[in-house]
Design a protein around this ligand. Sequence first.
Ligand code: AVJ
Length: 341
Amino acid sequence: MQRSTLRIDPRFRTPAPRAFNLDADVVDRRLTDSAAERRALVTGLLATPATIAPKYFYDAIGCALFCKICNLPEYYPTRTEARIFDREREAIVAAIGTGKQLIDLGAGDCAKAAMWLPWLQPSTYVAVDIAVDALEQALPKLALAYPEIDIRGVLVDFTRGLDLDLDVADGPTTFFYPGSSIGNFTPADALEFLNGIRRHCAADGGLLIGVDTKKDPARLRAAYDDAAGVTAAFNRNVLLHVNRVLGTRFRPDGFKHVALYNEALSRVEMHLEAIDAQTVTIDGIGRIFRAGERIHTESSYKYAPAEFVAMLQRAGFANVRVWQDDARDFAVCYATTHSAG
Ligand code: AVJ
């Protein structure tokens, strides 16, 4: 396995002093593609309709705002998933088994995985995320609390494909993909992504995944347009991140937060709508945003549990178990490649 000291492009750094030195074992796989990343971002912004990939939400401020979102009264997914995990802990641990390698996709502050470590007792815990600040904060603490576990971080944009051959050792592997982050993929891309995970699951491995379900559109919309305006701030903050990455001068207050449920496509959409006409120089090009024109910043697909199980099966998983809360607001699945449950 290739290791390097964590070296981060200064533009991705926040000036806040570090509470911890990065002494946990972290591999940075992001910078190899930074030029291609910036090109993709520019292409999205110059397209009509303009788009920004949701991964740009998660700079340091975005991660803090997302943390607030997870505690909002309207945003039910995080707490509902946590309740299912609590209630079904023993059944889930029995299904997964202990002592395996645990790969946490989109680990963030690692809080969700930390709940599982004493139960699953993994030999190795690999936290994968694009958010450097979150991993930098979380991993040294985890390493202190669990000296018996080999704790590693991988900084990578895994939404571009799951290329974890260098990071995933052989042997039984449990993938952990909670929070309905799978919803950010289109169904076609989600299928391909799940297929990639399945290929990494050796015999005896599996995927523990959380997915948000279809429900009353008014509740879905409220979850992405909270009364306190935290999600609006989260959405607008993406422009500040883009400004740092591209050197653009987007004014976040020139854009209105729009969240809607697209029933035909079963997805919540978030957009930033230009309040008045504005021109932003992007890669030397004066991009005009007309008043009312939108930048599409996120899609969050919702699945009926049976639809999602069918997708897991199409991705090659043979056995899928499903746990839900009483109101069926959220679903947790454990999928394995072998057919006995
Ligand atoms: C982290 C992608 C699961 O889609 O619900 C929350 C992100 N966006 N509020 C979601 C999000 C606005 C979240 N995921």
